[in-house]
Design a protein around this ligand. Structure first.
Ligand SMILES: C[S@@+](CC[C@H](N)C(=O)[O-])C[C@H]1O[C@@H](n2cnc3c(N)ncnc32)[C@H](O)[C@@H]1O
Length: 294
């Protein structure tokens, strides 16, 4: 692996950093390589110490499942025009562009995209053996409807997929409604689907088994951003919310833990009686494919 990028990346939020480092322990494309470039190989090795914590292993499973469920949803739809918003330090676009028929617009806030551009450049140089002129990195605040429309109009003709992972929990109900309205307008015009992995359900009872899922800094970040309050009260309420915003649920994606690379780490590090206990935990998140009602 090449040396770390010789730049100051302190401006990357601690949540984006810990998310990428977590994914670096899985086989999610480019996660290990990007974390290595940004913070050096040792940062990943240091993280391995946390593998004895069940909470941390559940974190790995949670975020790998969230990532892969979006991939499955995209594959399922078979549509080649894809815009991802709030993609952060996730490199799905770079990975999917291996398919030359795909046109992928990868977006986040300007300050993140600026950093991401440097990282993606290095990843391409060091780890990509295919052309990626079908990948476009663009700054986008999701509430900027004009810019959103401008990007969508860049796609070749045909239906589109708008996709996101890990953003709705930062928005209150009014913001979520506004975003739904923007996406609804875009999809009505172009045709296509919205894949969101952010159907999170409130889980106010703090389980001991989850200790280690977040670091202390992460817990503070979630409290400051009202993440628990912003989640839906139930899957039924989430369904009603999206229906009320003009969407039908086209499909819910269910991905067994057995298909995750991090499953091996779970099995290797946890006694079987604990594993059985984990199987009975209630679901706290789902990935849905939404389609504007006709
Ligand atoms: C928790 S991170 C998730 C990143 C990535 N999707 C992942 O799962 O690894 C949330 C991302 O949302 C972005 N974000 C926050 N507010 C946004 C907004 N108004 N418009 C677009 N992106 C936003 C942040 O910059 C950050 O990258």
């Amino acid at each position: 692996m090449s040396e770390s990028l010789n730049t100051d990346f302190d401006s990357i939020s601690s949540s984006a950093k810990s998310l990428l480092l977590t994914k670096a322990l899985t086989t999610i494309p480019f996660a290990k390589e990007a974390a290595g470039l940004l913070w050096g190989e040792n940062s990943i090795e240091d993280l391995r110490e946390r593998l004895s914590s069940i909470g941390f292993l559940l974190r790995l499973i949670h975020f790998e499942k969230r990532y892969r469920s979006v991939d499955i949803a995209i594959k399922n739809l078979g549509i080649k025009n894809i815009l991802e918003f709030s993609s952060g330090l996730s490199f799905r676009g770079l990975s999917m562009c291996r398919d030359s028929e795909i046109c992928y617009i990868d977006t986040d806030l300007p300050q993140i995209i600026e950093i991401k551009q440097l990282v993606v450049c290095e990843l391409i140089k060091n780890f990509c053996n295919y052309p990626v002129d079908n990948l476009f990195l663009k700054p986008l605040d999701v509430f900027d409807e004009n810019r959103f429309t401008e990007y969508i109009n860049h796609f070749p003709n045909g239906p589109i997929i708008i996709v996101n992972e890990g953003l709705l929990v930062y928005f209150d109900e009014e913001q979520k409604r506004k975003l739904c309205q923007i996406i609804h307008n875009l999809l009505k015009e172009k045709g296509g689907y919205w894949i969101t992995s952010d159907i999170y359900i409130k889980n106010e009872k703090k389980e001991v088994i989850m200790n280690g899922f977040y670091e202390e800094r992460g817990e503070i970040f979630l409290t400051e951003h009202h993440v628990e309050e912003n989640k839906f009260d139930s899957f039924k309420i989430a369904e009603d919310f999206f229906k009320n915003c003009g969407f039908d649920i086209h499909m819910k994606i269910d991905l067994p833990t057995s298909e995750l690379s991090s499953r091996k780490l779970l099995v290797n590090n946890i006694p079987s009686n604990k594993l059985r206990e984990l199987k009975n935990r209630k679901k706290i998140r789902e990935t849905w494919i939404l389609k504007p009602k006709v």
